[in-house]
Each structure stands twice: as structure tokens, then as C-alpha cells.
Write a protein that binds this ligand. Sequence first.
Ligand code: GDP
Ligand code: MG
Length: 162
Amino acid sequence: RLPVVAIVGRPNVGKSTLFNALTRTRDALVADIPGVTRDRIYGRATLGEQPAILIDTGGLEEAADEVMAGAQQQTRLAVEEADVVIFVTDARAGVTPDDLEISRWLRSCDKPLYLAVNKTDGLSEAQAMADASELGFESMTLMAASHRRGVERLAREVAEGL
Ligand code: GDP
Ligand code: MG
């Protein structure tokens, strides 16, 4: 079985952009999973030299409505399925209360976890790194997924841990 990598984070941080950059496609497979309200998106990627399955998720935030509740359930299922989790944050937004909550939950899941700080284009890398250190990760990858910057580095790091 190929290793499975889930991409998780708040809405709008760039998870799908990262997914598309890693899978080098925009037509990701949508898997029909019975008993869930919203589908996770699956794709194939080569991380470094390592073939893997990627899962894009709908995003985690306070479930204010049914759509978000469905997305949360999707994310939980994706993480359950995953061998490794990429936690994406938005350097422009800084660390939000939702980021802190998601990171606490992800740590409790006991899976190898990679922090990818996205949207660092045009920002000071030192500042972005200092801001994100509040999340308490030992290491992180700064990236700008929409510019493909840092994406290969992240892919290689994740592959090394597989
Ligand atoms: P998702 O909701 O987490 O899947 O986020 P999306 O991938 O849909 O991206 C949300 C928005 O952020 C879109 O408008 C993207 O173009 C934008 N975005 C994604 N990555 C970057 C980045 O590295 N830099 C900037 N400036 N914008 C980005
Ligand atoms: Mg998305």
C-alpha cells in the first residue's frame, strides 16, 4: 500500500493549492466514501522519489454550519487514514486560535506531523518563522504554494519520514 499523506488546516490557508502543486494536477480524484457528507479529494504524488497518496481536506474551523461540520468529519477521517499529516498555516494571518486548537488536536492523533507555513511570499522569512514558532513545532517549512516555492523541500522532508 502506498503511504498516505493528509493535508490539514483552516480554510483558505492554501491546502488545495499545495495539493495541486504536489500532484501536479487540478483534476484530483474525488472518492465516494459511504456515510460521510463531504468527500475527501485524493491524488497521487511523488514526494522526492517516493510515490504517495495525498488527501486534500475541506478545512477545520468552528463548525458553524452543516457544511463545516461535514468538512470536519472529512478531516478526521483523512487523518485516521493517513500515515503522515501536513498541517498548513497562513503566514499572512499569523497564528490564530483555530490554528492552536487544530495543532493541539493533531498532536493528540499521534501521527508524524509536518508544519508548512504558507503564503510567505513577500514576507520576512525570519518574521514568519518567529510568528509560527508559537505553535511549538521543532521544525517547519516556509513555503508559497502558489509560487511553488518550498513545495519540493516540503515533499522531500515528508518523504524522508515515510
Ligand atoms: P484551502 O482552502 O486551504 O484549500 O486554500 P486554497 O488552496 O483554496 O487557497 C486559498 C487562497 O489562497 C487562494 O486564493 C490561493 O490562490 C491563495 N494562496 C494559496 N497559496 C498561496 C501562497 O503561497 N501565497 C499567496 N499569496 N496566496 C496563496
Ligand atoms: Mg481547499
